[in-house]
Design a protein around this ligand. Structure first.
Ligand SMILES: CC(C)(COP(=O)(O)OP(=O)(O)OC[C@H]1O[C@@H](n2cnc3c(N)ncnc32)[C@H](O)[C@@H]1OP(=O)(O)O)[C@@H](O)C(=O)NCCC(=O)NCCS
Length: 190
């Protein structure tokens, strides 16, 4: 049964957060967000580093969205910008399939909000909209995970109707959040 997820009470309708693909003009804001979150060992842009041109990155994202030229073990996925009135406030990665890592600790959906825009209800809204994206693609049982110590992400998942399943240990080399030694909490949203 698909449960309609209510908007966060913190989220003001006028803020009009929307998810959209990255564009050429997003480069400086996206790279700045990436560099800012790297200080916390978090990768805002998945698959990008300073050796990759923005235009090549956009081409890779487009391929990944269509399931083309996927590397071994890579799944069809989309990375979307969270845009509020033309400003990049966060991002989401929506994985339409699960590989071994995603099926245990990575999950279907990963999100981040830039520090200046946290605690405004944006992550809850990002996950709410990402659920619409993934359900439209036929995934109706969605795995979301967060680090045991990530109280904010845990609230976001629970706000969106996540049902806790179990806690699993993280393997260092498979840790998207690079916070070694922690465990991940697994939730399902149906
Ligand atoms: C975790 C994160 C996504 C939360 O984003 P956000 O936009 O601040 O979240 P929201 O504003 O939607 O907050 C949702 C709830 O979490 C609570 N919350 C947010 N950050 C919190 C924190 N650091 N500690 C405790 N609670 C927190 C909010 O108060 C809110 O509670 P409520 O529903 O009772 O009102 C953001 O801190 C972030 O990007 N962190 C780095 C990346 C990351 O950890 N991503 C998750 C991958 S596992």
């Amino acid at each position: 049964m698909l449960v309609e997820v209510a908007r966060s009470p913190r989220y003001a309708e006028s803020m009009a957060l929307r998810l959209r693909p990255y564009r050429p003009e997003d480069e400086s804001a996206a790279v700045a967000a990436h560099e800012e979150l790297l200080a916390d060992d978090f990768h805002f842009l998945l698959g990008w580093d300073a050796t990759v041109s923005w235009s090549d990155f956009l081409r890779v994202l487009d391929d990944q969205r269509h399931g083309a030229n996927l590397a071994e073990n890579q799944v069809r996925a989309v990375q979307l910008v969270a845009d509020v009135d033309g400003e990049l406030v966060g991002r989401v990665s929506v994985r339409f399939e699960l590989n071994g890592f995603l099926a245990t600790t990575g999950g279907h959906i990963g999100y981040a909000v830039v520090p200046a825009h946290r605690k405004k209800g944006y992550a809850t809204e990002i996950l709410r909209q990402a659920l619409v994206v993934i359900r439209a693609d036929g995934v109706d049982r969605v795995l979301i995970t967060c680090l045991e110590g990530n109280a904010g992400s845990r609230r976001v998942i629970e706000n969106c109707g996540g049902t806790f399943e179990s806690t699993v240990p993280l393997e260092a080399e498979q840790n998207l959040c690079h916070d070694n030694g922690q465990a991940a909490r697994r939730y399902w949203i149906e």
